[in-house]
Every structure is written in C-alpha cells, then in structure tokens.
Design a protein around this ligand. Structure first.
Ligand code: ME8
Length: 499
C-alpha cells in the first residue's frame, strides 16, 4: 500500500468553470479514484485562486466586494464538481486563514534569507494570465504587444516592487529538469530547458503595490504591498495538506505529490515553483503531469477567447456525469491539443458507452434473469474470454500507473468488445445450458466494470449492484474467483444519442 497525493491547478473564479477546467479536474479525479481502489492512502486537492488583479477587476465590474464574489463562486465551483462526481478530499481557497498564514510566513522566510529585494520594474502584463511577457514571448498585432494565449493587448506596467532572486536557481533548475524524471511527458521539461538556455533565468516580481492591487495577502515586511497572486497560489499545494500547521500530514503526503496542470502554466510550475520549494527547503514534486489544450476553431477554449463550452450543456447532452467524464478521458492528450467536436464526442459516446459497454451489461443481465432466474454459478472462465481479460487488465494497470487514462479506458472497453462478439458467436439465448457462457460473460463484465470504475463511477456502481459483485482492487482480480452471481435486470446505463 502506498500513498498518493494529486492536485489540480486552483482556478480563477472570475467566471464559472468550463469544459477545460472539467478536463483537468476529471483527469485528477480518475487518478485519485484509481489510487483509492488499489488501496493507496490518497489525498485529492482542488480549489480556487481567489486573489489578484483579475479577481479585483471582476468584482469591480460587478460592483461587489471581491470577497463576496469569491464566496459565491466557491459555492458555484463546488456545485459543478459535485455534478461531475469529483471526489476531492479538500477544496482549498486562497482566502482561507491557514493558507494566508503559510504565504505570509513563506515570503518572510525568503526575505530573511536574502532572496527578496526591492527594485523598480517595468514590462508588458496580461491580466488574464496574471503574467508579464518579454519581447520574445508576446505577439505583435497592429504594432502593439498582445498576449500569445488570449490575443488581447498587453498593459504596460511600471512600478517599484519586490523581486524574488530566481536567477540564483538556474543551475539547480537545469540539473533537476535534465536529470530527474519529474515532468511528464518529458517534452515539457525540454521546452522549459530551452527557454532557460535561450533567455536565462531572470528575477521575478513577487509583490504588487497595494494602491493598484489591494486584493491580496499583505506583504508582512511592507504594508504598502500585496503578495503577487502566483506566489500566493502555488503555495496552496503545500498549505492544503498541512504545511506550517499539520506537519505530520504534510510529511505523509508531500513525497507522493502529483500536480496535474495544463501546458499554459508550465513555466510557473517548473521554473518558479521548483525554485520556491528549493528556497523553502521542501523537496521538488514527485510528478508534474502536463496536458495540452482543448481547442475550438483553432483557439484554446477559454473564458477570454469567448468560445467556452458549458459544463451544464455537456451534462445534459451526454445524460449525466459518466458520459462527460468518459468522453473527456477517452480523448485526453498530454502532448497534442484536442479539437472539441460534437460529432467525435457523440460517436465515442454511442459506440463505446451505449453500444458496447452499456449494451453488454443490459444483454447479459436480461439473459441471466430470463434463462437462469438470475442465479449463475461457475468455476472457470472460458479461455476465449479469460485470455483477452487478463491481457487487457495488464495493459490497463500499466497505462494507469503511467498516467495514460485514455489507453486504460481503451483497454477496459476491449474486454466489453470481445464479450459482445462472444455472445454473437455462442448465441447463449439459443442454448439449452447457457450457464457456462453466462458465467464467463459476467466475469468479463466484472473486469470491465472494475476497470471503468474510476472513469464512470456511477454506471460502474449501478452495473456491479445489478450483476451482483463488489468493485475491488483491480490489481488483485483473478478470473473465476466468484462462485455464484445473483443477477438482477440492469437498467439502460447509456441512452443512445440520436444524431
Ligand atoms: O491558471 N484546455 O487558473 P485558470 C485544457 N489560477 N485545459 C484547460 C483549458 C483548455 N482549453 N482551459 C483551462 C490559473 N484549462 C491559475 C492556476 S495553480 C497554482 C494557479 C485548465 O482558471 C488547465 O488545467 O486560468 C489550465 O492549466 C487551467 O485550467 C487554468 O485555469
């Protein structure tokens, strides 16, 4: 039994979460559910990033205090995560007291260590990213610097600020990124290394003058400043598990931390985060799991691009959380952007969930009930099914343990595909003694259902309940270990979508 700690980025609650946030959060949830199932002591942290200029302005536009806005939004986010069956253990908010204390203590420690100094600053800023862009990074449109992600004009900022001496960590970072296997997939470590080689590591501003950004944690050694929102936000990953207030809990989970992020925030989660951790004498994360974007008409889907796909629309179209979860995990891609297409999504849903898995559950349960009154016993699984089951399980475990949820889903579905083909070939409904076949089919269903559980927990639980088995650790599945099934007719788990 191991320990597993998984995090999502904490999202800016200036608007409701959309399909992109669901993509990351569902993925983290699948990892968390899988690790709980294999018996790991698991902690899953998500939450909201509530400070900074972006939130301050969003509140101004609505004519409310930022605290009121973030309070309302926290309720809204939790509600979306409930609708998507996100099984987080803690929802962190950066306005939580314990978090604010950790941030304040951390910046003070860096200051005391001589890693923070005051100087003037100027540069082009994107409020949507809460980030400065250098001349090599921004795009010039109509002669003006624009954000490469949001395609909006950047703002020129000039102010006196506090810097964090990031430049001191260049050798450390290069060494970690080159020689340690933290960033997954590896291509992203290479990307960061190239950027460091090209531009070097320059010191970063970690404070904002209060007169401009008052909505933030006060800098403890200078009341005229607030802590820069990214420095505040990154520390959630340690404060959320007890750093500075429950060190026993922190020491248990931190060595097993897996950060899941989109590639847009790679720099913050490598160059800046690893350096801050190193400065605070905290070991670097075990894994940083990066994924690419969901795109729509060539642009990253986002609040700022105006091409958002709403979670409630997805839930309605795909008949609840399992459909949405499965589709997003089936197309999940670490390296390549994925185009959101109704046609592709509908066909995954229909072919894999409705026609393959859902249909199999229904068919087998109805046959077991009609032909054998629901009582199905057996000792061995027909090798025609046992072999593909064991092969798919090995593939599934290997894929899950290497963070490849999409391949794991495909492996689970392969068993259902073989089982449907087996029914068509053996025609158990015509047989005078179909028990052997039905027993083998139930065993195949127990395998598929167990493997699919982290991705489609509701349907898997409904199936297990009707077919008469318990979902258990997939690493210890053995074919033929159930002596007798007591089957009830299962409902239609995935209603087909008409085109
Ligand atoms: O960056 N495709 O918050 P954020 C895939 N508060 N993933 C997407 C996506 C898309 N089109 N759109 C959003 C922040 N995401 C900071 C994070 S962490 C210490 C602070 C997901 O609300 C993806 O995970 O802008 C991306 O990294 C994240 O949402 C950005 O969320």
């Amino acid at each position: 039994m191991g320990v597993f700690y998984v995090t999502t980025p904490i999202y800016y609650p200036n608007a409701a979460p959309h399909i992109g946030h669901a993509y990351t959060t569902i993925y983290a949830d699948v990892l968390a559910r899988y690790h709980r199932l294999v018996g790991d002591d698991t902690f899953f942290l998500t939450g909201n990033d509530e400070h900074g200029l972006k939130l301050q302005r969003a509140a101004e536009r609505r004519g409310v205090h930022p605290k009121q806005l973030v309070d309302e939004m926290a309720v809204l986010y939790k509600n979306y995560w409930r609708m998507l069956d996100i099984s987080y253990d803690h929802f962190i908010r950066t306005t939580d007291d314990y978090h604010e204390r950790v941030v304040s203590d951390a910046i003070r420690r860096l200051y005391d260590k001589g890693l923070v100094y005051k100087d003037s600053y100027s540069g082009w800023y994107c409020v949507d990213c809460e980030k400065f862009y250098s001349s090599g990074e921004y795009e010039v449109i109509d002669g003006k610097p624009h954000c490469p992600i949001h395609k909006k004009p950047l703002e020129w900022l000039e102010e006196t600020t506090y810097y964090f001496k990031l430049s001191e960590f260049e050798d450390y970072l290069i060494d970690v990124l080159k020689n340690r296997d933290i960033v997954y997939p590896r291509q992203y470590a290479v990307e960061v290394l190239r950027k460091i080689e090209k531009e070097g590591l320059v010191d970063v501003s970690i404070a904002r003058p209060k007169e401009r950004v008052w909505w933030g944690i006060p800098v403890p050694f200078d009341p005229e400043y607030t802590v820069y929102v990214w420095f505040d936000a990154l520390l959630n990953y340690v404060s959320g598990i007890g750093y500075g207030w429950d060190m026993e809990k922190f020491n248990k989970y931190w060595p097993a931390v897996h950060h899941v992020i989109g590639k847009d925030i790679l720099w913050f989660h490598t160059a800046i985060w690893f350096s801050v951790l190193h400065a605070l004498e905290i070991p670097e994360p075990r894994k940083l799991i990066v994924h690419a974007f969901l795109i729509n008409r060539g642009l990253k889907i986002g609040k700022s691009s105006g091409n958002v796909i709403a979670i409630e629309d997805l839930l309605e179209h795909y008949n609840g959380s399992d459909g949405v979860r499965y589709i997003l995990m089936r197309v999940f891609n670490h390296g390549k952007d994925v185009d959101v297409s109704n046609q592709v999504f509908d066909s995954i849903y229909n072919a894999e969930l409705a026609d393959n898995y859902g249909n199999l559950v229904r068919r087998v349960s109805v046959m077991a009930e009609k032909r054998l009154g629901g009582k199905v016993s057996g000792e061995t699984v027909d090798p025609e099914l046992a072999e593909p089951m064991e092969k798919a399980l090995r593939e599934y475990l290997e894929a899950m343990d290497s963070y490849d949820v999409s391949r794991a889903a495909a492996a689970a579905m392969e068993i259902a595909r073989r089982a449907n083909a087996y029914i068509n070939e053996k025609r158990p409904w015509e047989s005078s003694s179909p028990e052997k076949e039905l027993y083998s089919l139930l065993e195949a269903l127990r395998y598929t259902t167990t493997m699919l559980y982290p991705i489609i927990p509701r349907a898997a639980e409904t199936a297990a309940q009707h077919l008469g088995f318990q979902i258990k650790n997939p690493r210890s599945l053995v074919p033929g270990e159930i002596d007798a099934y007591s089957v009830k007719r299962a409902p239609i788990l995935f209603k087909k979508i008409q085109g």
